[in-house]
Write a protein that binds this ligand. Sequence first.
Ligand code: UD1
Ligand code: MG
Length: 447
Amino acid sequence: MNEIECYILAAGIGTRMNSSLPKVLHKICGTEMVKMVLNATHQTAISNVTVVVPRKSQQYKETIGTSVKYKTQTDRKGTGHALLTAKPDILDSGIVVVLNGDIPLIRKETIDALIDQHKKYQNILTLVTSRLQNPKGYGRIIRNDLGKITGITEQNEIQKKSVESINEINAGIYCFDSPWIWNSLEALTPSPRGEYFLTNIVQLAHIQNKKIGSVTVDSEEIKGVNNRIELSEVEQLMRRRIRNTIMLSGVTLTDPDSTFIDQGVTIGADTTILPNTHITQNSNIGSNCHIGPNAMIRESNIGNNCKIHSAVIEQSTIHDNVSVGPFSHIRPGCLIEKEVHIGNYTEVKNCHIGERTKSGHFCYLGDSEIGSDVNIGAGVVTCNYDGISKHNTKIGSGAFIGSDTMLIAPIEIGKRSATGAGSIITKNVPDDSSAIGAPARVRKKRL
Ligand code: UD1
Ligand code: MG
């Protein structure tokens, strides 16, 4: 059997994070760290992935889903113990890739290179190393005079200055031959604190005179996250990766450093993103848009040629040629059709707004079905809440809603009807009518 099995170690508590959330479930640019590691493995020849999780694993399973197998490490006794927990019942020959779950920037190319190297030199063990200016905190790679790897010394085991100053570190990404690894794990002995270090397997392989190889990569990619400072550093590196990819695909970021784009966001060519703009996961933006400055787009789809200026758009869909803002808030559940204009200080929630409708100035539009070519005057409010329940408003196409109209929902304004400035509408207004006053009197238009 020549399958490549992969194990992601993710059961650690992450003490240094000081968090109630398990470390590997913290997000980098919108995606959980362990998911990023998993996504990298999905792009390689790896056939099966097992994630080692702690006893309370509900949150892991909700995040990661069903594309992997899970093994539970009931006592957190170190990385060697975590892998041993996942030992299969039947040991096949083949390759076992092991990845720490806290190295979110790992790229598919590195995993591929690791596997290639392992196969090419027929190693028993191949690992990823890197050279760091400041290696503190990482396991140091010990090499003999011939340059061969003989072991790894963990930071808290270092006794000699000469080891402390070694700047080649263990990245926490390994490739092993099966069944050698599974049998060898049984031979690990605990540290004084009762932890079984996976890294001690390297010395074991050396003592057995087995072939050990390594792949050395750039330091950014293998940065481990153990505390919130490292979390923010990795977040910044990832953000830069995303921004560079987006710019190379034809998007202008006028100030990349103040542009925050999550993983998975797509943006069409010739869109310009202005400073202080945040675009979160599950958002897609079309071509030729102007987004920002000061825009927040959360889980939304924006069409082509849109202008979103100093506005917040959440869980909504906006079609082509729409302009929003400045200072407007499109709340969840909106579908805004093409050529709509939502101007200043307008809050829109759970509304379907038809083509070419305009709402230029300070309004609240909630739970509404608004047709096309409607003009909404300044200060219009859909009074959708009676203190107990929310109610719907329907405005027909071509209607003219005068400034300061209060629409007391549930309410329907007919097609091409008009309401007077300051009117309070408590009864439905049929098509082709006008409604004036407080409460409004309804008059059928003379046609
Ligand atoms: C580990 C390596 C170190 C390496 C560094 C790279 C060991 C002993 N040390 O140190 O050589 O330089 O990664 O980032 O492996 N985990 C479990 N169960 C446990 C303990 C940990 O599943 O009982 C998981 C954690 O969730 C984490 C991974 O293993 O994803 C690594 O554990 P961590 O505590 O972060 O190890 P480091 O101290 O970073
Ligand atoms: Mg770590």
